[in-house]
Design a protein around this ligand. Structure first.
Ligand SMILES: *Cc1c(COP(=O)(O)O)cnc(C)c1O
Length: 380
């Protein structure tokens, strides 16, 4: 079987894990946690990093950090993994769902200003969504597939309405924007190190940012808000820490980031060259500087999730693992009451997407057999 996306553990992972065991530093204190934070901050061009138990808990912390509270609204794209919306809900807030852009699959930036201008009022620095009476507390763009949306425009809107920007960069480690690192595109950016991401720690996340006070606050909330070693706490905190074992794997993986990114980009290019002349098929989009986390194809207009299932079944018969991709948040029952824009692009696109094998360890021969199988299918 050619798997969809499996970790590539051929660096120092084993050595660093043994070091955790030999030194007994297996829990949330240890040298690798600090290195994980430093390396993540450095690669995103930020001064500080806070390691977390997952990308989701990192997002929750980031939203708490910028002051998202119960009953607030947070602007998020509908086209994302459910964790983006869940992090908002974990704050007691509600996502305000926006349609995706068909070019980069990120939030449709033009809709944000339109919606804020026409559906909100601004009084003494507070933005209120008129219909629901809720405060709009933040904008959270998602770097879908490692693609960066028009962050200049998002930041201009955010500035106009005095809203903090938190970037869900969970699947976008190593992405660039106009040739630069992405950490300063938002007040806080959050990476995930889940097993299917470009770089894994088994599980985990890192929040990066430049504001020292804000980063200290996030570290504080993530470590049960402990003030002294004598069990003094100053608020209801969380145990959202990353363990040294996770960080040992993560550090060994980050050491290989450069080669992983190159392979991810090559894989996408391989699929693009091989598949794009099949009539009606398109390849997952990549912005300039995209980290190309996942590769895949979009079936022609008019196809649906039934066709996606059929193609996935046929590929499975040939020993190739493929899957459908994210089902948008506006179609998920837990978010039935979330306010939303019209969803023309998301509704038109999501049920024709198929992710294809794209592990960094995939060989060219394997890529060739995937493409051959797709060719045969599409001819038949
Ligand atoms: C993976 C992912 C998450 C969640 O990260 P976990 O580490 O699995 O909690 C959130 N948002 C996006 C866009 C992701 O791809």
């Amino acid at each position: 079987m050619i798997p969809l996306a499996v970790p590539n553990l051929n660096g120092n992972e084993r050595e660093y894990l043994n070091k955790c065991i030999d030194t007994t530093f297996v829990s949330s204190v240890g040298e690798f946690v600090g290195r994980m934070e430093e390396m993540s901050a450095e690669l995103s061009g930020c001064r500080y990093g806070v390691a977390t138990s997952s990308g989701t808990t990192g997002l929750h912390l980031a939203l708490m950090g910028v002051g998202v509270e119960r009953d607030d609204l947070v602007i998020v794209p509908t086209y994302t993994f459910i964790a983006t919306a869940n992090a908002v809900a974990h704050c007691g807030a509600l996502p305000w769902l926006f349609d995706m852009n068909q070019d980069d699959w990120c939030i449709d930036v033009n809709l944000i200003e339109k919606a804020l201008d026409s559906e909100c009022k601004m009084e003494s620095g507070k933005v209120t969504h008129i219909k629901s009476g809720r405060r709009v507390a933040a904008i959270m763009p998602v770097y879908v597939l490692g693609n960066i949306p028009d962050m200049e425009k998002i930041n201009a809107i955010a500035q106009k309405y005095k809203l903090p920007v938190v970037a869900d960069a969970a699947c976008a480690i190593g992405a660039e924007y106009n040739g630069n690192k992405t950490g300063d595109l938002a007040a806080l950016s959050v990476f995930s190190f889940n097993g299917n991401k470009t770089v894994t720690a088994g599980g985990g996340g890192v929040v990066v940012g430049n504001d020292e006070m804000l980063m200290k606050k996030i570290k504080h909330i993530s470590t049960t808000a402990r003030v002294t070693a004598e069990y003094d706490f100053d608020m209801v905190g969380y145990n959202y820490r990353m363990t040294n074992i996770q960080a040992a794997v993560g550090v060994a993986q980050l050491e290989q980031l450069h080669s992983f990114l190159k392979r991810k980009k090559d894989i996408r290019q391989y699929y693009k060259n091989a598949l794009e002349d099949i009539k009606g098929i398109s390849i997952f989009p990549a912005t300039e500087g995209s980290s190309c986390w996942f590769s895949g194809m979009v079936l022609p207009d008019g196809k649906s999730i039934r066709d996606v299932r059929r193609v996935i079944g046929k590929l499975k018969e040939k020993g190739i693992e493929a899957r459908s991709f994210w089902k948008p948040v506006h179609l998920q029952p837990p978010y039935a009451s979330a306010p939303r824009t019209a969803m023309e692009n998301a509704d038109r696109l999501w049920d024709r997407m198929i992710t294809l094998p794209c592990s960094t360890g995939i060989t060219d021969e394997e890529l060739e057999s995937v493409c051959k199988a797709i060719y045969e299918l599409c001819r038949g």
